[in-house]
Write a protein that binds this ligand. Structure first.
Ligand code: AMP
Length: 223
């Protein structure tokens, strides 16, 4: 199963991707996580993307496509993958398609996780992320056992630079502008699916899993 998860920041793509990874064994890749990791370790790539990520601006299409296409060539993704946060523009979608078609492993579909705006703002401003393993928490709905500390690796939880309110507003605005043509791109190719992102993450996972099974993607994963 080769799919991309679409939807605004805060709609639960990351949490859903982690659950699919855990329950369906489909490797997931998040461009945001890749970039934050590279920035933290001070690599050449990290230095190139640092200012964009810090200011909530999109990293240039050519660079993101190059990074992702290279990464997806890894044997780890032979069975499939689930992409979170990529593509974000039509140009990135076309770049991804071109690379996958060339490898004779085309994308199965794009799954849009839909949530109303007020839900997004509430979720984003309360989100905390572990500095060690990038696991997401929420100050109201997904608290760690010990306040401010990751359950999994015991490192501190922080408010992401780009989850600060003014950056969140910028991200939602930018995302709305980019989302329409991206959705149109997959719709025109009859590969766009929609999952209701409201409610608890387990409920959203159930809805997504039902869709994946209906489309035969889960079977393809274990073939
Ligand atoms: P995310 O964790 O997906 O919200 O991404 C955090 C930041 O990384 C974004 O605000 C962008 O600066 C950058 N980024 C992540 N994915 C992409 C992408 N597909 N295209 C351009 N920039 C991206």
């Amino acid at each position: 199963m080769r799919i991309v998860l679409l939807g605004p920041p805060g709609t639960g793509k990351g949490s859903l991707a982690s659950l699919c990874d855990e329950k369906l064994s489909v490797a997931h890749v998040s461009t945001g996580e890749i970039f934050r990791h590279e920035i933290a370790r001070g690599s050449a790539l990290g230095k190139r993307v640092q200012q964009y990520v810090k200011n909530g601006r999109l990293v240039p299409d050519e660079l993101v496509v190059e990074v992702m296409v290279k990464r997806l060539a890894s044997p780890k993704f032979v069975k499939g993958f689930l992409l979170d946060g990529f593509p974000r523009t039509q140009k990135q979608a076309a770049g991804l398609d071109a690379a996958l078609v060339k490898r004779e492993r085309p994308l199965h579909g794009a799954v849009y996780i839909a949530s109303p705006q007020d839900v997004l703002v509430r979720r984003l401003s309360g989100r905390r992320v572990c500095v060690g393993c990038s696991l997401n928490y929420h100050i109201r709905t997904m608290r760690p056992k010990k306040a401010g500390i990751c359950d999994r690796c015991a490192r501190p939880l922080v408010l992401r630079e780009d989850d600060k309110p003014e950056t969140v507003r910028k991200r939602l605005k930018l995302d709305a502008k980019n989302a329409a043509p991206l959705l149109a791109y997959y719709k025109a190719r009859k590969r766009l699916y929609r999952v209701d992102g409201r409610g608890h993450i387990d409920t959203v996972y159930k809805r997504a899993n039902q869709l994946f099974r209906k489309l035969g993607w889960v079977r393809a994963l274990h073939a």
